[in-house]
Design a protein around this ligand. Structure first.
Ligand code: G1P
Length: 274
């Protein structure tokens, strides 16, 4: 196995039903926080972490993502003529700084199934995973960079966690872990969306992971779990018992942009930072 971390997999196949009708013909990953689509925040975070090989699992109706990360010569010429080229400069240099490969998930069978769909691009390397619904911001050190540093110390799967209110445990994957001297948790078990009375802790998983390629064989064996879907959390639970999984309580803010209140909070937060 190549131990160098260079790849970052984005799971962007999901429907975005909570944002209908806006997401009827537009990918939820293209919804903007201010003037930037959610997925661009994620790609910027990946590149900041040194992950320049981007892989995106898409699905039906997601072509706008590919167009966004491509050149638009007509628009560029128009912007040059009108002296407004600066409006797309940051995006253009982002596109220049990475390679992007796409593959399609034909059926939405869960987060684990989406990761497995990315195997064809990832191959036999460790890789990061981003669920771009989760907007994570830290101007000093992005959350992916924090996870990469933990991976470099431990060379195993790493999940990002944050403290969550006990009553919301059934919206998250939750870890059961032991605090280590470096501030990370050695994970013993992970449970997808436990009810508050059964949650093993108040540390919920946020949509940022570093995975080693052994996850793929584990996902192949994983049976449908919560919601009848193949859950990444369940495959990680097996690796926590048979191999090693570490959780990193990151610093920074995180917004659940897959929900309307989280999306509005993220918009207000970013507007105040302008
Ligand atoms: C997914 C994961 C869950 C994680 C969450 C973070 O759930 O399955 O473990 O805590 O993302 O946003 P989803 O929100 O897709 O239902």
């Amino acid at each position: 196995m190549n131990r160098m971390l260079k790849k970052c997999l984005f799971l962007a196949g999901g429907y975005g039903t909570r944002f209908l009708p806006a997401t009827k013909s537009m990918p939820k990953e293209m919804l903007p926080i201010l003037n930037k689509p959610l997925i661009q925040y994620g790609v910027e975070e990946a590149v900041e972490a040194g992950l320049h090989e981007i892989a995106i699992v898409t699905g039906r109706g997601k072509r706008a993502i590919e167009d966004h990360f491509d050149l638009n010569i007509e628009l560029q010429n128009k912007l040059k003529e009108t002296g407004r080229a600066d409006t797309v400069e940051a995006l253009e240099s982002l596109i220049d700084s990475c390679s992007i490969a796409y593959t399609r998930q034909r059926e939405m069978l869960g987060t684990g199934h989406a990761v497995l769909t990315g195997r064809v691009i990832i191959g036999d390397s460790p890789f990061a995973v981003v669920l771009s619904d989760d907007l994570c911001l830290n101007p000093d050190k992005g959350v992916l960079r924090q996870l990469v540093e933990v991976y470099q110390r431990h060379e195993c799967c790493v999940v990002a966690v944050q403290e969550i209110p006990g009553e919301l445990s059934n919206r998250y994957g939750v870890i059961d872990g032991l605090l280590q001297t470096d501030g990370t948790y050695l994970v013993h078990n992970l449970v997808e969306k436990p009810e508050p009375q059964e949650t093993p802790s108040n540390l919920g998983i946020v949509g940022r992971y570093i995975l080693t390629p052994e996850i793929f064989d584990e996902l192949e064996r994983t049976l449908p779990g919560y919601g009848g879907e193949i859950q990444l959390t369940d495959a990680l639970g097996v690796l926590a018992r048979t191999s090693k999984v570490v959780a990193c309580r990151f610093t920074g803010v995180r917004f659940d942009c897959g929900s309307l209140p989280g999306f509005v909070d993220a918009t207000n937060y970013c507007y105040q930072q302008e």
